[in-house]
Design a binder for this molecule. Structure first.
Ligand code: ZN
Length: 288
């Protein structure tokens, strides 16, 4: 079950309950052991919401602030790994949905980090979710509006010390969904890391005749074309279940092979998600 899906099925319930999105999936707020993925890439998220710390001698980059209530958990995870939360200099996200970005205002306040967001997601972030094409009118999908310090464009590099991340626009799930790539060194070898932003078509998304987002289907097409061309050794994503995080984590052994090296798993995932998109598009398309 994909977690974005939970986010969506939870919304009607939450509208009735009037409670926080954090209550929609217990895994979102369940702590998970922080761990090194590969090279200078670390997992600092919860069981259900992925956050990554990419370290450098000039400070660190954090991807995904998650929920407002995730912030203390992320801080704990960073500190358990022996890093300082206050050394986070740059904050990035997978996409402008509250389960990945609601904690951003708080993290900026606590660390002074600069917030870099893909151009097409900036209006959603700065309006606290009100500009979202699907959920803008759902009060439970809103989050604290947060000032973006740099609007990113497709292909932009984010640099800190020796670390370089590349922002790939992979739109559809949101207009500015971003897949992050970086190259890391580990035990003398070099690896391509891909952090998938989300290729998922949420329940209720209109792929045909969407007045709020007319080019949504073309944007998903573009996303699959991009994802299929990215070289990938280490497959990560906005939720751990994209890449089987828990099973891979369980296979970590001192001196053992790195369980997160899974280029074949990446290809299978992208193919399966593309198939799901095509089936949904067909289902929504008028029959001739
Ligand atoms: Zn999402």
């Amino acid at each position: 079950m994909r977690k974005d899906f939970w986010f969506v099925i939870a919304l009607p319930l939450l509208c009735l309950a009037g409670s926080a999105a954090a209550q929609s999936d217990p895994a979102w707020t369940e702590p998970f052991p922080p761990h090194r993925v590969i090279g200078n890439v670390y997992y600092v998220g919860s069981k259900g919401l992925a956050s990554y710390l990419i370290t450098s001698r000039q400070g660190h980059i954090l991807i995904n602030s998650s929920l407002e209530s995730s912030v203390p958990l992320i801080k704990d995870s960073v500190e358990k790994l022996g890093f300082h939360f206050s050394d986070i200099k740059i904050l990035l996200i997978s996409h402008a949905h509250g389960d990945h970005c609601a904690g951003s205002a708080r993290i900026k306040e606590m660390t002074g980090a600069k917030y870099f967001v893909m151009d097409a997601d900036v209006p959603v972030i700065e309006s606290g979710g009100r500009a979202d094409f699907q959920y803008g009118a759902s009060s439970n999908a809103l989050f604290p509006p947060t000032k973006v310090d740099r609007a990113l464009h497709d292909g932009d590099e984010v640099r800190l010390g020796d670390t370089v991340l590349i922002a790939h626009l992979t739109p559809g799930h949101t207009r500015g969904t971003t897949t992050w790539t970086t190259r890391v060194s580990d035990s003398g070898k070099s690896y391509d890391v891909v952090i998938v932003g989300s290729p998922n078509v949420n329940p209720g998304y209109k792929l045909v005749g969407n007045a709020q987002y007319p080019q949504i289907a073309q944007d998903y097409e573009r996303t699959f074309n991009v994802l299929k061309t990215l070289p990938c050794d280490v497959f990560l994503g906005a939720h751990g279940d994209y890449y089987g995080m828990e099973a891979k984590f369980a296979r970590i052994k001192p001196g053992g092979a790195n369980a997160f090296i899974d280029g074949e798993g990446y290809k299978r995932y992208v193919a399966e998600r593309e198939q799901a998109f095509r089936e949904e598009l067909k289902r929504q398309s008028p029959r001739p």
